[in-house]
Design a protein around this ligand. Structure first.
Ligand SMILES: Cc1cc2nc3c(=O)[nH]c(=O)nc-3n(C[C@H](O)[C@H](O)[C@H](O)COP(=O)(O)OP(=O)(O)OC[C@H]3O[C@@H](n4cnc5c(N)ncnc54)[C@H](O)[C@@H]3O)c2cc1C
Length: 411
């Protein structure tokens, strides 16, 4: 087993660090507590090649690996611990990657180059009011009508609704819609590139949108969109009819690695802040870091962080085999290792950041440190974005025990 990064990995990390220094740190507060990520940062991230990093050169991307993308995301999260920017970047890599794999030539040529340029947002539209964990219960549907589909339904808690409305090249989501009846089980779903504003900047006026008032990660919106008999051209169907459930599950396996990398990045920055505080805060005539009780906490947190990084790296390495060296990796292995990374990183980051906040005392309860923003940011992934922690546990248990042990209906 080789734990070293390649020269090319180190170059990617260095480029991301430089980017953070130049563009993110000077505007960190704006991203944490402002309206949304400033357009010039999105443009700079696109110019640096971080947006559409996984997209092939044919569409203007870098054709970069999952491992290297994880490095970029980790570094971006060290810079923006509120997670808005790393999450923005992970979404516009992970989900267009699925569009690239399964989409029609026309849709890819239209949408992908605009994503790569940073003009267009593209995320995931799965969750519905019936519950994000229970994907099979989703009701939004599309019915074939000649060369078009007529789609009706509602998606909620979707990242990037505001960005899709406000970016010049609009945006949309890899959206899961029911195209068959319940008896088909998981084969009842199909995915579409559902653009709420197209790449030419034209709003789909039959789609109504809402925005949620999030407790954190303020630089990236979550919202909802509702649609009633909205026409979707068949060219925007992503993958075969009936394959949608499996396509979004595949996309989650990529996105969840990036989520883990983002949590690891925010936690790393928080721990560095904690170490600095332990060294410089003097109480009872000595630095706080001389208290062995806190040293024990520090060592334990560091161990948890390093374990989480290794799990993330292992999952990324495994998925690179799938996508970049065409090696056969059983799906159960992919599911298990990706879910291990996503099960571990958000709670680890939340615990670590919370402890570092406690070390900081009242200072951490103000916006003078970014720790509160970091805690709220990683909480989104603890709660459920890209799949709840309990769902990760159920996937791991399913792969260890067998599907027949699931207590609920699955594919
Ligand atoms: C900031 C943020 C951004 C998001 N962005 C997107 C997005 O871009 N696109 C998108 O589609 N969705 C998005 N989501 C929604 C996310 O996918 C859902 O929150 C997640 O799937 C959980 O669904 P839910 O919130 O409806 O909770 P529920 O499904 O109602 O689950 C509630 C709790 O019950 C637990 N639970 C569920 N089933 C079981 C079980 N069988 N056993 C034990 N525990 C269980 C879950 O882990 C969770 O903790 C986002 C959410 C957040 C918070």
């Amino acid at each position: 087993m080789d734990f070293s990064y390649t020269e090319s990995d180190e170059m990617v990390r260095e480029a991301a660090r430089e980017f953070v220094k130049k563009y993110v740190l000077p505007k960190r507060d704006k991203i944490s507590y402002g309206n949304r990520i400033p357009d010039e940062i999105i443009k700079a991230a696109a110019d640096a090649g971080f947006i559409g990093f996984n997209i092939s050169q044919e569409y203007g991307g870098a054709g970069g690996s999952i491992s290297q993308m994880s490095i970029i995301i980790e570094e971006l999260a060290k810079g923006d611990v509120s997670m808005a920017l790393p999450v923005y970047v992970l979404l516009v890599n992970g989900w267009p990657f699925m569009l690239q794999k399964y989409g029609s030539k026309e849709a890819k040529e239209e949408i992908l180059p605009n994503i790569v340029k940073g003009r267009t947002f593209f995320g995931i539209g799965s969750t519905e009011p019936s519950g994000g964990s229970d994907v099979m219960s989703e009701k939004s549907r599309a019915v074939k009508n000649g060369e078009k589909w007529l789609a009706s339904g509602e998606k909620v808690y979707i990242s990037g609704v505001r960005e899709s409305l406000e970016l010049p090249g609009g945006g949309g989501f890899l959206t899961l819609l029911r195209t068959g009846d319940e008896s088909l089980g998981s084969k009842a779903f199909t995915t579409f590139a559902f653009m709420i504003k197209d790449v030419h900047g034209k709003l789909n006026d039959k789609v109504s949108t809402t925005l949620f008032n999030n407790i954190a990660r303020e630089g990236l919106s979550t919202g909802g969109f509702a649609f009633n008999d909205v026409e979707i051209d068949d060219k925007y169907r992503v993958g075969d009819v009936g394959k949608g459930f499996h396509i979004i599950m595949e996309g989650f396996n990529v996105a969840r690695i990036y989520v883990a990398a983002a949590c690891n990045g925010a936690a790393t920055e928080a721990l560095n802040m904690g170490i600095e505080h332990l060294k410089t805060r003097n109480l009872f005539g000595q630095p706080l870091g001389k208290q062995e009780g806190l040293q024990f906490e520090l060592a334990e947190l560091y161990g948890k962080l390093e374990s989480s990084k290794l799990l993330t790296q292992r999952a990324a390495w495994l998925m690179d085999k799938v996508y970049f060296s065409n090696e056969k990796v059983p799906l159960s292995e992919q599911n298990k290792y990706v879910s291990l990374a996503k099960m571990t990183a958000p709670p680890m980051a939340h615990e670590l950041i919370t402890k570092v906040m406690v070390w900081h005392g009242a200072l951490a309860y103000t916006k003078d440190t970014p720790l509160g923003a970091a805690q709220g940011g990683v909480m989104s992934y603890y709660i459920g974005a890209e799949g709840g922690i309990n769902i990760m546990k159920l996937i791991i248990a399913r792969e260890l025990l067998g599907k027949e042990f699931l207590s609920y209906k699955s594919q």
